[in-house]
Every structure is written in C-alpha cells, then in structure tokens.
Design a protein around this ligand. Structure first.
Ligand code: NOJ
Length: 573
C-alpha cells in the first residue's frame, strides 16, 4: 500500500478509542485557553474559541485535548491561581460554554482532560478570604499553611525559604502570622492534612467527571503532602534533605494516599477517569505517580532537558520505556509545553549557561550546562544567537521521532505550526510572575504563550480581539492559513504523522536497529514500521535493511535513499 493509501484507509484515531485504555498511546494536544482562539473578541482566548476550532483539532488528528486552567482567576499565574475550582472564568466563558465545548470535542471523537491545581488556591478563593478574616489557630486558617513570624512581634518570616518563582515563600497577613506559598504570593499553599481540603477536591473531581470530562492533569502533584516540623530548617538545610519520600515538602511517600483516594473516584466512572501527574521527581520515583493504584500516568520531562543528541535521546527512551513498564503505565513524551522555551527555539540555541550573572549577562558555558544543554528560560540577550531555521529543522525531526515512540505524546499548541519562542516581548506586556519576581532576570514563560496565528493578516492574525500578548510580525508566516494547504509545512507534517500514528498503536514496544553511525537512531515498531532519525549534520545513506517506502519525513530523502542531516523519516522497511 502506498503512503497515500495508508492515510486514506486508516480510520480517524477516534475510531480506535472506545476502550478504557485509550490514554496509553494517545496524542494529547495542550490548549492554553487564553491564547488559543478568542471568539468574543476581548483579547483573551475562550472556550467558545476552542469549540469553534474543533474541526481544526479533528483534522490535526489528536486523540485528546488537555485544557490548561479555565477557572475564575486574576491570572497572577496564567490561571494556575484558581479562585473557584467548580466554575469557569467569566472572561473566557460560562459553564454552559464548557459543556458545549466538551460536547463538540466528544462529537469529534476527542477526549477532554482538564487541569486541576491542588497544591494551592488563589488568594481570592473563598477559603483564603475566610482564613484572612479568621484568627490565628482557627479551622479556616488550618486549610492553609500559616505560621507565626519570628521576633517579638512576628515581623520576621518563619524561615528564609524562597519561592520557586523567586522572592520569599512567606507572606505576612498583618497579625504576626505568615502564610506559605511555593509559587507567587497570590497562590497560598493548601494544607493537605486537613480533611476538608481532601474532601473538597473529591467533590471537584466528581463535578467535572459528571460533566463528562475524561481525565485530569494534576499540577505540582509531588508537592501536596507537606510535613513541616515545628522548628523550620533553613532553605540551605531544606535543600540538603534527601528527597527520598520523607522530605518535609517534596515528593513525600504519603502523597500517594491522596491519589489512592482519587483513584476510587476515577473508578466510579465508566470508563474510569484518567489522570497524569505533573511531578518533577527523580525518575525512579516517577512510577509511584504512574501506578494504576494512583494517578495512572506521569509526565516524563526527560526529553525537555535533552539536547538534540542521539545518545541522549536513546538513553532517555530506553530508560523511560523500562520505567513505564515497571509502573504498569505507558510512557509519556513531551517536547514543549506552556512552561518551557518551545523546542524549535531550544534546538536553535547554543547550550545555555547554568545561571545568568547578577546583571543578567551570561557567563561562559559551564559544565552543568554541558550536561543538560537545555534552555528552560530564554535569558535576556540570547535572541541573536538563535539559528531559527536550524532549530525548526531539528524540531520537526525530534517530533517525528517522538510521535513514532510507544506511549502517549503531549503536543503543545502552536508546535504544529513550527512556532518559535517569542523573545522580544516588551516588559510592560509581560505577564509571567517569574519575570516580576526574578526580578527581570528571567524573561519568564510568556514567549511560548503568545496567542496563536490563525490567519496571515487581520487583527491579531485571526486570534480574535487584540492579542493579550502582542504577536510578532513573523507569526503570520506560521499561520494556519499559510500552512494549511502547503504540503511541506510543519502543520502538514503533524497532520500526516498523527494520521499515520494510529497504525503504530499496537503494542508498547520498539526494537532498536543498528545503524553503524552513532549520530543516527533507528527503531522498528511491532507493525514493522521503522523510524530513522539523523541527529548529525551530515547526510546518512540508508543501508539496505533501512530502505523502504517513505511514509512521512521531516524533509525529503536525497537521491539514492540518503537521509539528510538533522532529519527523521518513517519507513516501511
Ligand atoms: C506548574 C504549571 O505548569 C505552571 O504553569 C504553574 O506556574 C505552576 N505549576 C504553579 O501552579
């Protein structure tokens, strides 16, 4: 069968997703709703915008949508500061809009996963308002983590702990007490030892499950359980405590008691609701989150930290397939999301130095960077170093490699258009608290959250009203309108690979093939298809066992069956 015929006869992925295990090898598309599509023209993407674009999503060929927070929020942290877990932000819609969107997705055979943010509420949540209005030691304060300040009048913070976004992790409330927030000050951490907190989240899980939601992405899943001693360690002491299940804050073994309760709720439904943990933990501790007795799946972020490098990619894949098998889950693969520099840009930048200097300038590359070679945040001044075309070429290859792997692939909105990170956002247009709290050293995550370009012209390139983060001119080149009919566009590449991917979802196995070149990886899937990825710069003449009909390629093969440098191809070898 030719590649065209394989495409034509392969049913839409939706047709294969009737069983409870649909998530194991799903392609999940992350929508950051405020930057996806703005139907009401107020400059902020909305749920109606998502519903209107269901035909686009269907054509893309994804199996599920993961919707980042859409709850009422002051947007101190892009919606991860939730005022009310059982409602929709009026700026982006209503519960009725949510239902209509869910229905439209389901009618197109696309599942819906929603983000749930249990580590912290926003400071506008009813509970937090009650906590502030209630005295020290009250049940209202016990839902959060309050501590007395140090010094005679409690004017000093309870410890020197710092927030993950920069600045202090304690905020005074004016009566000698302080509350803990690992993220922004608008995100007070919940006390998960409080039974009311636990009960209320079960209610929230049922609320959305009853509305037909298929699963949950669990924010900061490794942070909920905290066991803070009476005498708090210093930040340095805290950092020195091994994260082995008994750390006061991170990845405690008893966090899994929470997820065992959640599992009971998931299993009340048919098919059971699914969950995926966002847990930044040592890889050998990931299986506990992915256990079928717990959340069932966990993000594997290892590829996010890897360079475009054959040895790193191979090691990561082999290791994670083994880990997934150990947990009884399937592996997950992520190249981009709303928290990191887009992969087209990462692969076009030289490896990032470990830390910028005080003044924001960059020291020479350090050993640590040599190891990780990643660019989590685009520090100021790196833009001229970007080799944009090369980055995109590599990104297309990495994506084809990723989509051929067993397990589920999480795709971030805009990567299918080959978007780069937007580096030149004016300070006054920035929104990310990491920018304000660093302060200004890290440019933060807004560069991957710029509203999508749907058309090549018009106000906000078809996004809707005036975009809440301005789009650069070059976005037009990457618009859906431009890429739609172009067979060589990144959008066409994603569509084609995702349509074919259904054929690969047989078993969660792959067999590595010898290529004779350390820069070239090749593996065969159980249906016989082979992925060959050339991480090197030079061309790779495909040896006889790796020749065959090309199903999809990040670039065209050169004559005589030669795979160009920094390219990937799926073959029927
Ligand atoms: C992880 C989310 O992905 C990120 O965007 C957010 O800022 C933090 N958790 C805090 O909720």
């Amino acid at each position: 069968m030719t590649a065209e015929a394989a495409l034509a006869t392969s049913p839409h992925p939706a047709a294969r997703r009737t069983d409870a295990e649909w998530w194991r090898q799903a392609a999940v598309y992350q929508i950051y709703p405020r930057s996806f599509a703005d139907a009401d023209g107020n400059g902020i993407g909305d749920l109606k915008g998502v519903a209107d674009r269901v035909p686009y999503l269907r054509e893309l060929g994804i199996d599920a949508v993961w919707l980042s927070p859409f709850y009422p929020s002051a947007l101190a942290d892009g919606g991860y500061d939730v005022d009310d877990y059982r409602d929709v932000d009026p700026k982006i819609g209503t519960l009725a809009d949510f239902d209509a969107m869910a229905e439209a997705l389901h009618a197109a055979g696309i599942k819906l996963i929603v983000d749930i943010v249990p580590n912290h509420t926003s400071d506008r949540h009813e509970w937090f308002k009650e906590a502030l209005a209630s005295p020290k030691g009250s049940p209202e304060r016990d839902r959060y983590i309050f501590r007395d300040g140090l010094g005679p009048d409690g004017a000093q913070p309870p410890s020197d702990w710092t927030s993950g976004f920069g600045g202090p992790a304690w905020e005074p409330v004016g009566d000698g007490q302080w509350y803990h927030h690992f993220f922004a000050r608008e995100q007070p951490d919940l006390n998960w030892r409080n039974p009311e907190v636990r009960e209320d989240f079960l209610k929230t899980l049922r609320f959305w499950s009853d509305r037909g939601v298929d699963g949950f992405r669990v924010d900061v899943a490794h942070g909920l359980s905290k066991d803070l001693p009476e005498e708090l360690p210093t930040q340095a002491e805290l950092d020195a405590i091994p994260v082995d299940g008994n750390h006061p804050v991170w990845d405690r073994d008893d966090v899994h008691e929470i997820y065992a309760e959640w599992r009971q709720v998931f299993d009340e439904y048919d098919p059971p609701r699914i969950a995926v943990a966002e847990a930044w933990v040592a890889s050998d501790r990931r299986p506990a989150y992915a256990s079928p007795r717990g959340l069932g799946q966990a993000f594997n972020f290892d590829l996010l930290g890897a360079r475009f490098d054959a040895a790193q990619f191979r090691e990561i894949v082999a290791f994670n397939l083994e880990l997934a098998a150990r947990s009884g889950s399937s592996s997950t693969w992520v190249l981009s999301n709303h928290d990191v520099v887009r992969h087209a840009t990462r692969y076009g930048l030289p490896p990032e130095p470990a830390e910028p200097r005080e003044d924001g300038s960059l020291p020479a590359e350090s050993d640590a960077t040599q190891k990780t070679g990643t660019s989590w945040l685009l520090h100021r001044g790196r833009e001229p170093e970007l080799k944009a075309e090369r980055g995109l070429r590599r990104a297309r290859a990495a994506t084809l490699f990723e989509l051929a792997l067993p397990g589920s692939a999480y795709i971030y909105q805009g990567e299918e258009l080959g978007l780069h990170e937007v580096a030149d956002i004016a300070d006054e247009d920035r929104q990310d608290p990491t920018f304000f709290r660093s302060p200004g050293v890290s440019v933060g995550r807004d560069g991957c959250r710029v509203p999508l370009p749907w058309s090549a012209g018009g106000e906000s390139l078809g996004f809707g009203g005036s975009a809440h983060i301005p789009q650069p001119e070059w976005f037009a080149e990457h618009s859906v309108e431009r890429e739609d009919g172009d067979p060589d566009s990144t959008l066409s590449l994603y569509r084609r690979a995702l349509a074919l991917r259904g054929e690969l979802r047989t078993e969660e196995r792959l067999e590595w093939l010898e290529t004779g070149d350390p820069q070239v990886l090749a593996f065969r899937r159980p249906n016989g298809w082979v992925n060959v990825t050339n991480f090197g710069e030079g061309p790779f003449p495909l040896p006889e066992p790796l020749r065959g009909e090309v199903l999809v390629g990040s670039v065209a093969l050169e004559e005589e069956g030669t795979l160009p440098g920094e390219a990937s191809v799926w073959l029927k070898a």
